[in-house]
Design a protein around this ligand. Structure first.
Ligand SMILES: C[S@@+](CC[C@H](N)C(=O)[O-])C[C@H]1O[C@@H](n2cnc3c(N)ncnc32)[C@H](O)[C@@H]1O
Length: 277
């Protein structure tokens, strides 16, 4: 079963990423500036996630990166790993999809950081190619919920993190039964392929299982009403759609400040861990 699922996911993501290999080098450049520009551009797909990404970016940049070893876990198009390399980290891009890795390495060359980036196409449930404690920092964006279904993935992730190292995850957050039901309906209506991984959503019990292994683990949930943004996916270039989403974000700010217990029902989170020394 695991073999079949991994194979299906690999094929699915290979197909998703292949189109980017056609782009000219100038369009493949990625660094802190291009990442931030993408978050501010309503036509860019990352705009929809800008609140959670902005929080992750600020945290990642809050400690020095020069000379640190970093793993971009389930890197996809590699934007985050390449940004970290641009800030001086020695980065490993890891993904099940060999096309993602090919793309990431081409982007590294286009971005002038090829000397600080290596790529590994591999299933994250077996990281035996890396030593214990090899990474100072492990970053994963919407990737852990893909790998947690493999029993060894969690142990492998934490094995390769250095004692005292940072784990930074950006994830969908699944304590809210209403949001979870809406996700199921949306998946069925849009006939979203299972490989997209929306069927598994990280919740507090997954994080509780991680907690004793990591040491410190903080969760910063964002977007409650603003998860309504999903209804406007692909339409955020339109001023009215952005206006609605900003209105929902404005209401969230006030609601969550007044009733902090509502945070656990938010739909996305930045999760920050530090491995016990
Ligand atoms: C939703 S995408 C996120 C990609 C990227 N981090 C981002 O935020 O755009 C999930 C990624 O996890 C990768 N993935 C899925 N299962 C994996 C596994 N078992 N081992 C390594 N990577 C995996 C997929 O190939 C895909 O690139």
């Amino acid at each position: 079963m695991q073999q079949l699922l991994a194979e299906q996911e690999r094929e699915f993501y290979d197909e998703q990423y292949r189109q980017f290999l056609e782009l000219p080098d100038a369009d493949l450049v990625c660094n802190r500036r291009t990442l931030a520009a993408g978050l501010a551009d309503p036509a860019n797909p990352s705009y929809e996630r800008r609140v959670v990404y902005q929080a992750a970016l600020e945290y990642l940049l809050s400690e020095p990166l020069t000379g640190r070893t970093a793993l971009d876990y389930g890197c996809g198009t590699g934007d985050w790993g390449l940004m970290l390399a641009g800030e001086g980290a020695a980065v490993t891009l890891l993904d099940l999809s060999p096309v993602a890795i090919r793309l990431g390495l081409r982007r590294a060359a286009a971005s002038g950081v090829a000397g600080r980036v290596r790529g590994v196409a591999r299933d994250a449930s077996d990281l035996s190619c890396f030593g214990d404690g090899e990474f100072d920092l492990i970053f994963g964006s919407f990737a852990l919920h893909h790998t947690l279904k493999y029993p060894r993935a969690r142990d492998e992730l934490l094995r390769v993190l250095k004692p005292g190292g940072r784990l930074v995850l950006v994830e969908t957050y699944g304590n809210n039964p209403l949001l979870n039901a809406a996700r199921i309906v949306r998946r069925r209506v849009s006939r979203e392929p299972a490989e997209q991984g929306e069927g598994i959503i990280l919740n507090d019990s997954d994080l509780d299982a991680l907690r004793p292994l990591v040491g410190e683990l903080e969760v910063y949930p964002v977007n409650l009403l603003a998860m309504g943004k999903r209804l406007f996916r692909g339409r955020l270039s339109r001023r009215w759609a952005r206006g609605v989403v900003r209105g929902l974000e404005w209401m969230d700010e006030r609601l969550l400040a007044a009733w902090p217990f509502l945070r656990r029902y938010c739909g996305e989170a930045v999760i920050i861990g530090r491995k016990r020394r």
